[in-house]
Structures are given as structure tokens and as C-alpha cells.
Design a protein around this ligand. Sequence first.
Ligand SMILES: C[S@@+](CC[C@H](N)C(=O)[O-])C[C@H]1O[C@@H](n2cnc3c(N)ncnc32)[C@H](O)[C@@H]1O
Ligand SMILES: [Zn+2]
Length: 323
Amino acid sequence: MLVCPVCQNPLNQNGKNLSCEKSHSFDQAKQGYFNLLLNTAKNSQSPGDNAAMVKARQAFLDSGLYKSISDTVNQLVIEHLWQTESPQLLDLACGEGYYTQQLHYALDDHQIKHSLYGLDISKDAIKTAAKRDKSIHWIVANGFKAPFASNSLHCVLNMFNRVNAKTLHALCHENGKVIVASAAKYHLEQLKHAIYNTPKFEEFDMVGEMGNEFDHDVRHQLDFAIKLKPENTQALLGMTPHAWRSSPETQQQLLENPELELRVNVNIDCFTPKKLETVKVETETESKFAPEKKPATAEAKATQEPAETDTKDVNQNIWKSGG
Ligand SMILES: C[S@@+](CC[C@H](N)C(=O)[O-])C[C@H]1O[C@@H](n2cnc3c(N)ncnc32)[C@H](O)[C@@H]1O
Ligand SMILES: [Zn+2]
């Protein structure tokens, strides 16, 4: 259930308007989404992915090259939800909505009546997502202050974003699940070799990160090869910070390959919330989710190929690289 981002009272929908008992009111945008992002909850004029990144991500995901990631996630959700009546689901930091839409189709295919929310802090992302399907509830909001009643969501997806276990725990129903997709050790291996002098192959300890608030149910590790046509490579380069660190020459070489083979190595983890007495929700800004900004022009033109930097930086690629 949606709550008011100002006073946390329930929001009621009346036509194209959401309002709370304290008369805080939010109009639906003409594209069909609701903007529940307060100015105080953003640290820049237009936080989150910009229009170019959104377009690149959509072009790449719509190619279907990551469909098996989406299928695996959907299978897990359906296994968990088939007995839940009218489940409420959230795709947190959903970007342009590919995974959200695929989940919606899968739930429909299994005749699971549901309410599905796609939330992102980027207005460009949600505007694009809203064109996908009008029966999904698209929300612009800060994921760290996601405007949902406590413990109301039967399933929360977190696809290629950095996680905040306390926030996820506060959102998730006590019988709910959180499903997290993240880059495994050898994700985009060949791309890293092409871009970095000394690529590092490490993976974020997702189970450890979630361990205080969640029990780990199961991990599906996907490891498969995809073949990219130049237009797919172009799109991938537009959505991954690995590429933003590369020289124009390296990018050109990658684009000249008519069939670039890449290893996809992704962990999909399913978590159950622990019964904690009280979980304090952290009030962080969007900066923790936000993908790294593209480098300034001069940096982008640097011909020196970079080495991957420190461990922390590599770990952050889990969510920055966006799969
Ligand atoms: C790496 S992308 C992943 C998008 C999508 N989950 C996917 O896998 O295609 C990260 C997303 O997080 C969003 N984001 C960044 N900070 C956020 C925040 N504080 N709250 C909600 N979304 C945020 C960005 O706008 C972007 O769409
Ligand atoms: Zn209110």
C-alpha cells in the first residue's frame, strides 16, 4: 500500500489523484506515473539515470539477450507467490522497466492477480517505463524512502542495484521474499579484458550484506555466453560504467566486432526476512543507488586504458554496471 512521502499516512486514489488524510496531494502525470519524490529526498535536479542511459538500457534489454535472467527471477517469484492472494510486488529501482514488465507478463500467464509497482528515482526512466504497460503502477520516488506501508510487500525485486538490507526488510512482508540479481565474478569478462590493463574478477558478498536482516534461501547462478551485434554493443556501452572508463579507441574496436561474444555471469539470490523486533530504516540519499556519472569529456577522451582501482570500486560495479 502506498503511503504519503510527507506524513506516511496511507494514500488514497481518486481518479488521477493520490492524497492522504492531511491533504498532501499528488497528480498523475499524463504518461500515467505518479511522482512521489520530494525535493528534500533528492540531491540533484534530476537524480538517477539520465535519458541517454535509460535509452541504452532499454535498447539492450529489449534485445532479449538477458531474457534468461528475467525468466529465472520470474520463476522464483511465481514459486513463492502462487498461494498468496492478491500479492503486492515492487521492482525497486526498476529503471526503464524491462524486468518489471516481464514479471507482469509471467504473473498474468500464471493467473496470479497482483499489484505490481515499478519505482525509480529517475523521471526519465519512469517516463520510459510507463509506456510499457499501463497496468503496472509506475512511481518516481527515492528507494531509500520508498513510499510503502511497512512490511506490506510480498515480493521486492532488486535488479542490479546496490542493496540496503534495512530498507528492504522494512518494506518486505514477514512472509515475503526479496530477490536480488547481481553481477557474479566473471560477468562481462571479455569486456573487462578489453577495457582494463589489469581487470579484477571479484564479486560482492551479497549474502553477507543481507545477512543481518535476511536468511538466504537459494542462489541460482547463471553463466552463459551471448553474442552481440554492433547495435547491442553500442547499447551495452551506453549503460555500463566499465565502458565509460574506456578510451574511444577501445570502444571503436569493440563496435567493429560484428559478433562480440560476452560471458554473462549473474547471481540471483532469494531471501526471507528474519523476524527482527525492530529494524531501523536508514535515511540515506539516493547517492548509494545512483550509477556512476559518465566521465567528463576530457576524461572520456583519455587514451590511457585504466586499471581497475580498489576493491570497493569493483564491488560497487555490482549495481553500477546494471547487469
Ligand atoms: C544499474 S540501474 C538498474 C535498473 C534496473 N533495475 C535494471 O536492472 O535494468 C540503477 C537504477 O537505480 C536508479 N536509482 C538510483 N538511485 C536511486 C534511488 N535512491 N532510489 C530509486 N532508484 C534509484 C537509477 O535511476 C537506475 O535506474
Ligand atoms: Zn500526507
